[in-house]
Design a protein around this ligand. Structure first.
Ligand SMILES: C[S@@+](CC[C@H](N)C(=O)[O-])C[C@H]1O[C@@H](n2cnc3c(N)ncnc32)[C@H](O)[C@@H]1O
Length: 287
């Protein structure tokens, strides 16, 4: 298995790289970047007392970048899973459909990490993950859905992984247990997962643990280097904690009904992934 992080702007890469699955977390829209705050002393005259403007360290998504993401999704052999802020989820969906991907679902990630600090409105309680699939193009350019399979439970209504908090991590880092679930649900061992916005490398690490090939792009030299170290096995406490939790978790993949042949297959795929993760952990940690 190979897992690599390329320190480059993903738009310099062609969308079609022979990847089977695309799991990626692009920058969110301008309003999310502009309104990002964290708790602390106000830093400007306009800042509400108790809040501090939060610089995410990279620019918001542009129409051009969104089109690149959509084309890369359309070029995927199977699934694409694209994080989005809720307000722009439909724009991402429409862009993906426009360039030829089949839109399948939007999965909510119900998450909470900070109260609404302004106190004048409810907090945003979830993020969206846009799920698309490759489709066939007919001789006259018409598009047709193709057969799909995933390894997740049919009764999964939302993702509920605990958001990460605290300093020292990437400002938009996704929890490793969530990355493991996405890689396990949407790809099979031996497939190649592409990620155009690697950040801390969480998706890449999940691929390395679960035996998927991975190619990630990251524009920041610092984060590309850190992600490379992470994928190479240089984990921090939060990664070990989430990996252990994931290895120990049990789940019902019976879809909430009596087990069927497809649900048994999916259960076996999930258990095989957990075994892979346990073996990866056991090689590195003496219990
Ligand atoms: C939302 S974060 C991804 C966080 C990641 N999922 C994680 O768990 O750490 C987006 C990342 O994409 C990077 N980025 C932004 N635009 C990019 C581009 N055009 N090409 C490559 N990387 C880019 C940013 O530097 C940032 O690290």
């Amino acid at each position: 298995m190979t897992a690599v992080i390329v320190n480059a702007d993903c738009t310099s890469e062609p969308p079609d790289s022979g990847h089977d699955v695309y799991i990626t977390d692009p920058p969110f829209s301008a309003h999310v970047h502009d309104s990002a705050v964290s708790q602390g002393p106000g830093s400007s005259k306009n800042a509400t007392v108790g809040t501090r403007k939060r610089d995410l360290g990279f620019d918001c998504i542009t129409d051009e970048l969104r089109r690149h993401v959509a084309r890369t999704a359309a070029a995927s052999r199977r699934w694409s899973v694209i994080y989005s802020d809720v307000e722009s989820a439909n724009t991402m969906r429409e862009t993906c459909e426009l360039v030829g991907a089949e839109y399948v679902r939007t999965m909510p990630w119900v998450r909470w990490s900070m109260p609404q600090l302004s106190g004048d409105r409810p907090p945003q309680g979830f993020e969206a993950l846009i799920v698309c699939h490759a489709q066939a193009t007919g001789p006259r350019g018409g598009r047709k859905p193709i057969a799909k399979h995933w390894n997740g439970p049919g009764n999964l209504t939302h993702l509920a992984h605990r958001a990460l908090r605290g300093d020292g991590k990437h400002k938009c880092e996704k929890p490793l247990d969530q990355a493991l679930d996405l890689v396990s649900y949407f790809s099979d061992p031996g497939e190649c997962v592409r990620d155009d916005f690697a950040g801390s490398g969480a998706i890449g690490l999940a691929c390395a643990i679960l035996g998927r090939d991975y190619v990630g792009f990251e524009m920041s030299a610092e984060w590309a280097a850190r992600a490379t170290r992470l994928i190479g096995g240089d984990l921090e406490g939060r990664h070990w904690d989430r990996l252990r939790e994931w290895c120990e978790r049990t789940e019902d993949v019976s879809d909430g009904y009596a087990p069927t042949e497809p649900s048994r297959k999916r259960a076996a795929a999930r258990e095989a992934d957990r075994e892979r993760a346990r073996a990866w952990l056991a090689e590195r940690v003496t219990i």
